[in-house]
Design a protein around this ligand. Structure first.
Ligand code: PLP
Length: 361
């Protein structure tokens, strides 16, 4: 069978070692004669999974003790609503940095609960999309928090250096970049991320929230989105997505075995450099993202002649390079190269790109 490399933006590739382990223990987990997804979330065996996975995540991200880690349902989009419902307190507004599709989607949801101030930071210089310098961002004084998305999955635009927001409560949508490199959690009020890119299977969402921000939820917040309720119940106010949680726990272990986030940063940088340098070397391919804002995780690129898009995709698919079609709002191609994508997968892609250009250029 052809070796497959899956460049999907999410649900995305998982480490093969994790899948093999899950396969091995699927029908007889820890000698119980049953699978982990068939046991009670309140059993001592599952509680051990939950505790260990939280500890491993805390170790990886160096989460300070005054932060709660919540394992939630509903994807990152549920957090678009949960965030204002939990953290607005007495405020009527919050600042939202609008750097792309997902940041904008968070603003649309927040409008149901407050009057968010949308701060458009997108810019296009010489045809390249990027982010305006921070000195041009007009933050307000009366905002409950400032929300931003450091990696726009669709646009491939990243804000890698955390902007200096001073003493504001900063919220980060880390859905497509969490665990790809070290971050300083202590500079955030809250971080959230849907699991299906760099964590594990869809169905689980991580929330890491500073504990002094709890207890201000609006009365009408659904209990299942109330951070205080979730924290008090160890993320088990209702039945959690146990299989996704268990699998994410295996991914955390895998990350630790690989050398943690410093090692991931090295690998992710090497993969991204290889891909961008292949794009930049030729006029046949181009990136529409400004150098300073190129994402290491999601790399959209265009063929100079879009008439070749279909041939490119079908030839790539035939040799096992899957899911390279760009998002409909951007077009062209997009290679998502999260932690589980090995360098050899990116090398196979760049070799194919060079060969495709030789034959069609
Ligand atoms: N935020 C970002 C940055 C994303 O990439 C996505 C999905 O791709 C979302 C939010 C929405 O995530 P979900 O589908 O888990 O609700």
């Amino acid at each position: 069978m052809t070796q497959v490399y899956n460049f999907s933006s999410g649900p995305a590739m998982l480490p093969v070692e994790v899948l093999r382990r899950a396969e091995q223990e699927l029908c007889n987990w820890h000698g119980l004669g049953t699978s982990v997804m068939e046991i009670s979330h309140r059993s001592k065996e599952f509680i051990a999974v939950a505790e260990q996975s939280e500890q491993d995540l805390r170790d990886l991200l160096k989460v300070p003790a005054n932060y709660k880690v919540l394992f939630c349902h509903g994807g990152a989009r549920a957090q678009f609503a949960a965030l204002p419902l939990n953290l607005l307190g007495d405020h009527t507004t919050a600042d939202y940095i609008d750097g792309g599709y997902w940041a904008h989607s968070a603003i649309l949801e927040a409008k149901k609960y407050c009057e968010p101030k949308a701060i458009d930071v997108k810019t296009t210089v010489d045809g390249l999309n990027g982010i305006k310098p921070m000195k041009e961002w007009q933050l307000s004084d009366n905002a409950a928090y400032v929300h931003y998305c450091p990696n726009e999955t669709i646009d491939g635009v990243a804000i890698d250096e955390m902007p200096d927001f001073g003493d504001k409560v900063v919220i980060g949508d880390y859905s497509s970049t969490i665990l790809s490199r070290p971050i300083d959690v202590s500079r955030f009020g809250m971080i959230y991320a849907g699991a299906q890119k760099n964590i594990g299977p869809a169905g689980l969402t991580l929330v890491i929230v500073r504990d002094d921000l709890l207890g201000k939820a609006r009365r009408e917040v659904p209990s299942i989105l109330d951070y205080t309720v979730l924290a008090e119940n160890g993320s088990m106010f209702n039945t959690p997505p146990t299989f996704a949680w268990y699998l994410s726990g295996l991914v955390f272990k895998w990350l630790k075995e690989q050398g943690g986030l410093v090692e991931m940063q090295k690998r992710n940088q090497a993969k991204a450099e290889l891909l961008y340098s292949t794009i930049d070397k030729s006029d046949f391919y181009r990136s529409q993202v400004a150098l300073a804002n190129r994402s290491w995780m999601n790399v959209p690129f265009q063929l100079a002649d879009p008439a070749l898009d279909k041939v490119f995709l079908s030839e790539a698919e035939a040799i096992g390079l899957q899911a390279l079609k760009g998002h409909r709002v951007v077009g062209g191609m997009r290679a998502s190269i999260y932690n589980a994508m090995p360098l050899i997968g990116v090398k196979t892609l760049t070799d194919f790109m060079v060969d495709f250009e030789r034959r069609h250029g």
